[in-house]
Design a protein around this ligand. Structure first.
Ligand code: ZN
Length: 329
C-alpha cells in the first residue's frame, strides 16, 4: 500500500513537471495566444482534398494560393513524370471556398510558392530544378533553370526551395537543399548576384529553406542552422535571430507592421512539429502557438503566409493541411 502510494505520488509529481514544461513551451514570455483556428476554413467541395502541402501565399484580392503534391509523396530519387492532378489551388481568404485550380502536368515535386506585387504566382519545383512564373490565372510566363538538370552556376539550381519577389520585380531564390546560396535575378530572369556558402557563420547557410523580401530586407529561414538571417537587397548581412523561441524555421512571411511570421517545422525526421512564431522588428518572439490538431498523425509545418487582414495561413506537409488562424476580437 505504501509502495503504491509512493508510485502514485511520483506519477503526480512527474505529471506536474511535464505540464509545467509544456506550458512554458507553449507560451512566449507569458504572452497569451491571441489567435484562433478558423474551423470552417478551408471549405473544399465534396471529393476535393490536398496532398503534401508545401507552399502558401496571399495575393492583393485576399486569394490564398496553395501549392501541394496531390497523390505524390516526397521520394528520392524524384520521379520523371509530372503530377497529373492540379497542384495549385486558389481559395477565398474569407470563406475558404475553392475558386480556381490549375498546375496539372507541370511539376515533379512542388515546393515553394510566392505571389508578387502584381499578383503573379511563382513556384519552385525541387524535382525539375526550376522556378516558374505564372499569371494569376495560371498561364506560364517565365521559367529559370534547365528541366531536370541540377547545377550551381548562374543558370541552374539544385533543389531550389523558395523565392520572393520585391516591389521592383527583383527575384530572390533560396537555393536550397544542395547549394547553400541566395540568388538575385532581375525581373526578366537575368542572373544578377548571389551570396552564401556552407557553414554556420554570418552569411553562411545550412539548408536555406524559406525566403521573404520586404522593405529592403531579406529574411532567410536557415533551417538546419535553426535561425533566421537578415540581409539587405545587396546581400549585406544585418542580423541573425535564433533560440528556443524560434525553433527550426522552415518558412517566413512579412506583415505590413514589420513583424516577421515564422513557421517552426521542428527537427526531422521527428515529424512532430508545426508551430507559429511571431517576431517583432528586433527579432524578439512576441507570440507563439501550435498549428497542430490532436487528430494529426504527423506534423511538419512547412510554409506560412499572412493576409492584409492579419489572418495567418499555415501549410503542413505531413498533416496534408492548410489552416487559417484569425485574431480573437
Ligand atoms: Zn487574386
Amino acid at each position: 500500500m505504501y509502495i503504491l502510494n509512493m508510485k502514485l505520488m511520483k506519477g503526480k509529481i512527474y505529471l506536474l513537471a511535464v505540464l509545467m514544461v509544456v506550458s512554458v513551451n507553449l507560451a512566449v514570455a507569458g504572452s497569451k495566444n491571441p489567435y484562433l483556428l478558423d474551423p470552417n476554413w478551408p471549405s473544399f467541395p465534396e471529393g476535393i482534398s490536398i496532398g503534401q502541402a508545401t507552399g502558401v501565399a496571399v495575393d492583393s484580392h485576399n486569394h490564398v494560393f496553395l501549392f501541394h503534391r496531390a497523390n505524390r509523396e516526397w521520394v528520392e530519387p524524384f520521379p520523371d513524370k509530372s503530377i497529373p492532378q492540379d497542384t495549385i489551388y486558389m481559395l477565398d481568404g474569407v470563406t475558404g471556398e475553392l475558386i480556381d485550380s490549375w498546375g496539372g502536368d507541370l511539376f515533379i515535386m512542388p515546393h515553394g510558392l510566392s505571389v508578387d506585387p502584381d499578383d503573379n504566382v511563382w513556384v519552385t519545383d525541387v524535382g525539375s530544378q526550376q522556378i516558374h512564373k505564372f499569371s494569376h490565372e495560371g498561364e506560364l510566363l517565365m521559367s529559370i533553370g534547365e528541366t531536370g538538370v541540377q547545377g550551381a552556376d548562374e543558370n541552374h539550381f539544385a533543389l531550389p526551395s523558395d523565392l520572393s519577389i520585391t516591389n521592383d520585380g527583383s527575384i530572390f531564390v533560396s537555393d536550397g537543399y544542395v547549394n547553400t546560396r541566395i540568388i538575385k535575378f532581375t525581373s526578366s530572369g537575368i542572373f544578377e548576384m548571389q551570396w552564401g556558402s556552407p557553414g554556420t557563420q554570418e552569411g553562411e547557410f545550412d539548408l536555406p529553406h524559406g525566403i521573404a523580401a520586404s522593405r529592403n530586407q531579406i529574411y532567410v529561414a536557415d533551417r538546419a542552422n535553426s535561425r533566421i538571417q537578415v540581409f539587405d537587397y545587396t546581400g549585406l548581412f544585418i542580423a541573425e535571430w535564433k533560440g528556443e523561441d524560434i525553433g527550426r524555421p522552415y518558412g517566413v512571411a512579412t506583415y505590413h507592421n514589420g513583424n516577421l511570421i515564422v513557421i517552426d517545422g521542428g527537427d526531422q525526421p521527428d515529424k512532430t512539429r508545426s508551430r507559429v512564431v511571431i517576431l517583432n522588428t528586433n527579432g524578439e518572439a512576441i507570440q507563439s502557438f501550435s498549428a497542430e490538431k490532436e487528430s494529426d498523425q504527423e506534423n511538419l509545418g512547412h510554409d506560412i503566409a499572412v493576409g492584409n487582414d492579419g489572418a495567418i495561413y499555415v501549410v503542413d506537409a505531413w498533416a496534408r493541411s492548410v489552416r487559417k488562424y484569425i485574431l480573437k476580437d
